[in-house]
Each structure stands twice: as C-alpha cells, then as structure tokens.
Design a protein around this ligand. Structure first.
Ligand SMILES: Nc1ncnc2c1ncn2[C@@H]1O[C@H](COP(=O)(O)OP(=O)(O)O)[C@@H](O)[C@H]1O
Ligand SMILES: [Mg+2]
Length: 430
C-alpha cells in the first residue's frame, strides 16, 4: 500500500504537492484507478485537494456545490467523497443527508473537510448524517492521502467481494442449468432402459420356448452337435433373460416413487433368508445373526432386495472348497444404523471397492461365479434412494464386510423392553 512518508507534510498544500509524494505504486501501478468526488464551493480549495491527491493517480471529479455533487452521483459511483462542510445554499451536512438517501451512494464513504474551529456538536451531527471521517483544514497532505487510500483500499476490496459473489451466483446458475440438463438425460436413459428391458424379454422368451420345444421334440432327429448348439442357445437365452430381469429391476428402482416407512430389520431379514432358503441349504451355509438388528427408515421391498443381493453375493463368492459362513449384525452410528454382512469369501482388492457398485462391473469369470453384474448397482441405487449409504471393507482372499447405513428409527417403548442381544443361527448349525 501507500509507502509511509518521511516528510510529515503540513503547511500549504498547494506549495508542496509533489515533494512529499510517494510514487509507490502498489495501488497506482497495478490496480486501475478509482473515482473520487471532491466537493467544495471554492475553486482554489478544490485545486488544493486535487494537487494533494493527484499523486495517488485516481480519477478526481470536482463539484462546486451540493446539488452538482448529487448530479454527479446520479451518473457514476465513487469510491470516496470529500465534502466541504461550509457551502452556501446547501451545506455539507444537507448534501450528506441527501447522498445517504440514494441507494447507489448510501454506503459511499464521506470525509468531511472542515475548519479547526468546528464544534463537537457539529462533528457529531456530521457523523449522524453518515460521515465516516473528518479532515481538518489546513490540510496535512500526508494525512489526507493516507485516509483516502484506506477508503480506496476498502472500496476495492468490497468491489472484489461483490465481483466474487456475482461470479459465484453465475456459476450457481450454470450449475443448475447443467444439473437439469443431466437430470433430463438421465430420465430419458432410464425410460429407454426400462422399455428395452421390458420389450426385449417377450421375444427372447418365445425364442427360448421354441428352442426348448425343438430340443424336446422326439421327431426332430437332431444330431448330438445340433442338440448341443440348442442347449447353448437356451443357456445364453437364460443368461440374457436374467440380465434383462436385473436391468428391469434396476430401472424400476431408479424410476419408482419410493415411500420410506419404519422397517423392522429382523423381520425383513427373516423374509429374505426364507427366499434364499434353497441356496443356503445347497451350499451348507451357516448364517449367524446378532439380534435384534433394530429398526430403520426405508422402503421394505427395496431394503429386502438390497439385503438379498448382498447375502446372495456373500453366499456365492466363496471358494469352492469352503462352506459359506456369514455373520450379520448392526451397530449405531449417530442417527444411523449400520447393518454389517460379513462373509468368509474370496474377498475384493481395495482398488475395486468403488468400481463393483457400477452397472455390469464384475471381477470374476461367469463360468465360476455366474451373475450379471447388476446386483450391487441395485444395492447402491436402492440405498441412496432411501437416504442411506453403502460400503465395504475387504482384502483379496480375506472375506468381505459389506455395510449398509440407514436412518435409525428409535422407539422408546420398544427400547425399554429390549432383551440382551441374542445370536440366532440359520442354515448349517454344525
Ligand atoms: N461378497 C463378495 N465377495 C467377493 N466379491 C464380491 C462380493 N460381492 C460382490 N463381489 C464382486 O463384485 C461384483 C459385482 O457384484 P454384483 O453387482 O452383485 O454382480 P454379480 O453378483 O451378478 O456378479 C461381483 O461380480 C464380484 O466380482
Ligand atoms: Mg450379485
């Protein structure tokens, strides 16, 4: 900023304008000049002010009366106004009062220029009319320049702030526009996805049934090779049907109006395990559940689908030499309840932890671990739509710990009755 002046200044301002001037010009050299309004009925005093302030290299605009000053203020904005107190017709105080009434100058700093003889009463009147500072004449040039520079600096900072705020507003508008464009694209994609999955399944089913009919027809006299081809067609058809089924479930979830209610996790899990009963039996799986799991806010069908997909994966991605062993429990996390599903499976390397929640992302060969790669995408979409989160902790070969977090529902009357947590075991108990 302005360099401290060695010369104390003082005396006749006109006699020494340039001698005391710092040509520093942090502000003068790099920043654009600002407009300063000088108001005095006497031409000689205006010239004196001009001479003192000239080294600061701002635009100095002169007005010889209060009304001329007001006219100037109508046309442009000023960083600071230097206002003579004693003027004929409209004095400095009256002018200041009118300046303050105008919206575009209500906050412009006003420095009153007044004689040493000014009474305290007058000074306080000036402050009440919006003066921010006084400078007594005869003017000490250095003082005036320093005062003016402080206000100019403030003005620039305020302007900068205003510009930044405007930029933020503009960016916000742009962001909103992009967001609505993206939402629209997303909506179109989802409805496209829905109709594709829906309309493709019907012809696929008829292809599959005709292939099965040919294979089963004793009169078709097909060679072993042709029968093998037919079986492959049927298998691929089944895979494609599963894929479309999952895609349909995904797009239904994305489009549906989800109504969240109170969900009792223990009964939701019971229903899910009943659905997976055959898989659990076939794989000799053991599932330990630490109950009660609690209650959350969510959508029951979606939550069941989420749990079924996670437990289905935990049962599936296990080394063939082992029986699946799952542990399910829940824990409080602030206003949320976190449900954990732990498995003794093949694990997932940390670099894939995010990726596997994407549509069609699979890490394993379909012939060993069949699947469509849609299950975890459904999990993520469903959990997000219920206002929760999902994640996992896992290392390759060390099992996986998937968690789902949803807003907890606390029911005081139930809490009071809660017994000690109990372990229940589903499936293979040995
Ligand atoms: N519990 C798990 N243990 C090991 N890998 C898993 C587990 N759950 C998911 N994965 C990996 O994440 C991928 C995506 O899972 P998902 O979307 O359910 O697809 P899918 O089960 O159809 O293969 C899986 O193919 C698998 O590679
Ligand atoms: Mg899956």
């Amino acid at each position: 900023m302005l360099k401290r002046l060695k010369d104390g200044g003082g005396g006749n301002a006109l006699a020494e304008p340039l001698r005391v001037v710092s040509r520093n010009g942090d502000c003068a050299a790099h920043l654009p000049p600002v407009d300063i309004l000088l108001v005095d009925d006497r031409e000689d005093k205006l010239l004196a002010l001009e001479a003192i302030l000239d080294p600061l290299r701002h635009n100095l605009v002169k007005a010889q009366s209060g009304s001329e000053a007001l006219q100037r203020l109508l046309r442009q904005e000023f960083a600071v106004i230097l206002l003579d107190v004693s003027m004929p017709e409209m004095d400095g105080f009256e002018t200041a009062a009118l300046i303050r009434q105008r919206p575009n100058s209500e906050a412009t700093p006003i420095i009153f220029v007044t004689a040493h003889s000014t009474s305290d009463h007058e000074i306080s009147r000036g402050y009440s009319l919006g003066a921010v500072d006084y400078i007594l004449s005869p003017i000490v040039p250095e003082f005036l320049r320093t005062k003016v520079s402080v206000f100019v600096d403030l003005y620039r900072k305020t302007e900068q702030l205003r510009r930044s705020q405007q930029e933020i507003l503009n960016l916000n508008v742009e962001l909103q526009q992009r967001l609505s464009a993206l939402t629209e694209i997303n909506r179109e994609l989802e409805s496209f996805n829905y109709s594709i999955s829906h309309d493709l399944r019907a012809p696929l089913r008829s292809m599959q049934s005709f292939a099965e009919a040919i294979r089963e027809d004793p009169d078709s006299h097909l060679s072993t090779e042709s029968l093998d081809f037919l079986s492959r067609i049927i298998r691929s058809g089944r895979y494609m049907d599963n894929l479309l089924h999952d895609l349909l479930a995904y797009s239904r979830l994305a489009r549906a109006e989800l109504v969240n209610t109170h969900v009792d996790l223990d009964s939701a899990l019971k229903e899910v395990l009943a659905q997976l009963h055959k898989d659990i039996e076939d794989k000799h799986a053991k599932i330990e559940i630490r109950q009660p799991l609690g209650r959350v806010r969510g959508n029951l069908p979606t939550l069941k689908q989420v749990l079924a997909n996670l437990i289905g994966n935990a049962l599936k991605f296990v080394d063939a030499s082992k029986a699946p062993h799952l542990k399910i429990h829940s824990e409080k996390d602030g206003a949320f309840l976190r449900i954990w599903i732990l498995d003794n499976g093949i694990g997932i390397a940390p670099e894939h932890h995010q990726k596997i929640f994407g549509l069609f992302e699979r890490l394993h060969n379909g012939s060993i671990y069949p699947g469509t790669g849609v299950g975890l995408a459904i999990v993520r979409k469903g959990v997000e739509r219920m206002g929760g989160a999902v994640g996992l902790e896992s290392k390759l070969g060390r099992g996986s710990r998937f968690w789902v977090q949803l807003p907890e529902v606390v029911m005081p009357q139930l809490e009071a009755q809660v017994n000690e947590p109990a372990l229940s075991i589903v499936g293979h108990t040995a």
